[in-house]
Design a protein around this ligand. Sequence first.
Ligand SMILES: Cc1cc2nc3c(=O)[nH]c(=O)nc-3n(C[C@H](O)[C@H](O)[C@H](O)COP(=O)(O)O)c2cc1C
Length: 166
Amino acid sequence: MDTYKAIVSKRDVRHYTDQPVEGEVLQRVLQAGRMAGSAKNSEANRLMLITDQAVQDALVEAGDFASWIGSAPLIIGFASPAPLLRLFDVGRQAQNMMVAGHAEGLASCPVTLQHADKARAAVGLPADWEMPMIITMGWPVADAPDSPLKRERVALEELVRHNTWS
Ligand SMILES: Cc1cc2nc3c(=O)[nH]c(=O)nc-3n(C[C@H](O)[C@H](O)[C@H](O)COP(=O)(O)O)c2cc1C
């Protein structure tokens, strides 16, 4: 898949087969995350690879829209010391990994963990660390239902402004 097609065809998918995400494909996904730049080159984020069912089940409780995540073969959490947490950096790493995975045939979806204490406890983070976002990843099932949230993106004419607001 060429780069542009991988970027514009990536959609968020929440239904996966039981097949694990491992080996060279996983390494390529992780390298894609590693190479994202970070504010002040701080590289503060650490990637938590979560395949253990008990840990995944605990993470379900940390998100308000995360009831389904326990069925993913892989969850990747973005953990950072709280003072160094930059969601822009997390987003860059996450999108790099999701697009790289998509190019390999993997499906994925970002998920918010609104409850910092539960997320911290689920994966045993130090007290001053946070993990506000995860992505789920796996091989897509053939006949997955569309997300109820699925719709067209806003038109470019609405999205883009030139120079000033009006
Ligand atoms: C920052 C962010 C947080 C999100 N949090 C959740 C979430 O908590 N649970 C969930 O199921 N999807 C979550 N999503 C996925 C969005 O619902 C999805 O990106 C949106 O519906 C577009 O999906 P599409 O690319 O398949 O059209 C999140 C996406 C982003 C970018």
